[in-house]
Design a protein around this ligand. Structure first.
Ligand code: HEM
Length: 507
């Protein structure tokens, strides 16, 4: 890198590199083409995970697994900032699952799972499984009527798992009959609380591996019209040297954009959690948890409602016998895990461009459509069976998508092969932007007057907001107002960091 382009951070890391060997190997610079937010979606998931760790640790200070419902109610109704904290952790979990699905879908669409990233994808699938397990455990912990009914129903359905998996789950959930449990609370909650920590730690561990592999490979190059090429960016020394779009950028930009994604994630969760307190009502000076406590008699009349991300799986249990539903569920898991190999060896796809992967794209589209249809259907039929019509409709969805999407992509593929701009679908459909350009962040070295003014306004708003936050004296009654303003400040601050990051561009 040229001397004038090295920033203080590069110098610090170079110093560190001489002692540890991490710079350029484990922590490496990203090429210019990667400076678009869609290349950093994993960073948003990472932000949500860190957010959950922080808020979870604070909630744990108040949570008592022997008396889960009462301690949850106490946190919400008595502890200053307690209700906000509960809302932040609950919405944060939704955000993490949602962002994970977006990250996964993006990597699927651009074919980021293809060679040599198959293991990266498989480790990602493991992360998705762990995240869903963590959400399942967390959902049960408040021990309210809906959550614990759904948890026990879920556990019951898991007993139909084939290949000895049901025994494995039973081994983890079977409890010794200890005397002296007087509260009437299911002692399994205590174990679930411990698992909630363990699975969280496992996510952190596997995430470390995910990021290590990512740094080894370097980010997937932009979609290209070339049919077959390696996706390791080190295989393109010429491009990295001469193509301005591939030029490696100073590390300050990488750290800047990561900070932007974290602040955006934190800010958005703060805003939603404060505007829509999670299962909490505010009535004058009373802040209340609206969910009733679990009790076996009431549970018998309560239809189990899993959280939104499990509705898709629950749908199968409502549609076919549980042993069959378990097989479908495991089948989907296996297809997801092994997808990179299915794409290459079963479908025989040879390029990462979506047009060149018609069978994969058709299957992925079918999955997304059926995910939405099944989830809505399961939500609208609480406590009722759907019958085999459910899986029949699912099959029809896949069939219809295959007979429309597959030939369409094959057609585009054949038409494109003779043209130099073969796979620029955007141009084909009449949009002028290239697929490879997408929504690139514009990076002016000279920050214009307009941007200067916007920086001043942003700073002014941050100061105004901060002063207002400091004047809020009642940390109990004003907690959601405080959370809202904190969220706005984080988003404003992310804008300032973004501007600073963009200034550090290297052309
Ligand atoms: C806890 C959940 C996860 C976290 C925190 C996470 C985080 C990340 C991060 C920070 C990156 C670097 C690039 C970026 O920011 O997008 C990345 C890349 C990647 N992730 Fe994840 N990820 C998670 C789950 C998944 C899942 C479920 C999959 C797929 C099954 C997946 C597949 C990938 C792939 C293939 C890449 C390489 C992308 C490329 O080279 O363009 N990840 N992940």
């Amino acid at each position: 890198m040229e001397e004038e382009e090295r920033t203080w951070l590069d110098r610090v890391l170079e110093w560190l590199d001489e002692r540890t060997g991490i710079y350029g190997h484990t922590i490496r610079q990203a090429p210019r083409y990667a400076y678009r937010l869609d290349f950093w979606l994993g960073s948003f998931v990472l932000g949500a995970f860190l957010f959950e760790v922080l808020t979870g640790m604070l909630i744990a200070l108040y949570y008592v697994p022997a008396d889960p419902y009462a301690s949850t109610v106490y946190l919400i109704s008595n502890v200053p900032l307690g209700a906000l904290l509960f809302s932040l952790h609950s919405w944060g979990a939704y955000a993490m699952v949602f962002l994970l699905l977006v990250h996964m879908t993006r990597n699927f669409i651009v074919g980021a799972y293809r060679r040599p990233r198959e293991v990266m994808w498989m480790v990602g699938t493991l992360l998705a499984a762990l995240t869903l397990t963590e959400a399942f455990l967390g959902y049960s912990l408040p021990y309210n009527l809906i959550s614990w009914t759904a948890t026990t129903t879920g556990l019951n359905l898991f007993t139909y798992m084939p290949f000895g998996l049901s025994n494995l789950i039973a081994a983890f959930t079977l409890l010794p009959q200890l005397p002296g449990i007087a509260s009437g609370v299911d002692p399994l909650v205590d174990r679930f609380f411990i698992f909630h920590w363990i699975v969280g730690a496992l996510i952190a561990l596997v995430l470390g591996l995910h990021l290590y592999i990512f740094e080894k490979h370097g980010i997937t190059p932009p979609l290209s019209k070339e049919k077959d090429r390696s996706e390791l960016i080190d295989n393109y020394p010429e491009k990295l040297r001469y193509d301005p779009n591939w030029k490696l950028q100073p590390l300050t930009r990488t750290f800047g954009i990561i900070l932007v994604t974290l602040l955006m994630t934190f800010g958005a969760i703060f805003l939603i959690s404060s505007a829509l307190p999670f299962q909490i009502s505010i009535d004058g000076d009373q802040i209340k948890y609206i969910m009733p406590e679990y009790n076996p008699a009431l549970a018998a009349q309560t239809p189990p409602i899993p959280d939104w991300y499990f509705l898709f799986i629950y749908f199968f249990y409502k549609s076919v016998p549980p042993s069959m539903a378990s097989l479908i569920f495991l089948g989907w898991g296996a297809v997801t895990l092994l997808f990179p190999f299915i794409d290459e060896h079963v479908f025989g796809h040879r390029s990462s461009h979506p047009v060149m992967r018609p069978a994969s794209v058709a299957l992925g589209t079918g999955f997304i459509v059926s995910f939405v249809v099944n989830s809505v259907w399961a939500y609208l039929t609480p406590g009722r069976d759907i019958g085999t019509i459910g899986v029949e409709v699912d099959s029809l969805i896949f069939l219809l998508i295959f007979i429309t999407v597959f030939p369409l992509l094959r057609y585009l593929q054949n038409r494109g092969s003779s043209s130099t701009d073969s796979f620029n679908i955007g141009k084909r459909l009449g949009f002028s932007k290239s697929v490879t350009q997408g929504t690139e962040i514009v990076i002016p070295r000279q920050v214009s007057v307009g941007v200067d003014i916007s920086i001043l306004i942003t700073l002014g708003l941050i100061v105004y907001n901060t002063v207002k936050m400091l004047t809020l004296t009642n940390l109990f009654l004003d907690q959601f107002q405080l959370g809202f303003m904190a969220g706005i400040n984080m988003l404003l601050f992310s804008y300032l960091v973004l501007i600073y990051t963009l200034k550090g561009e290297s052309r």
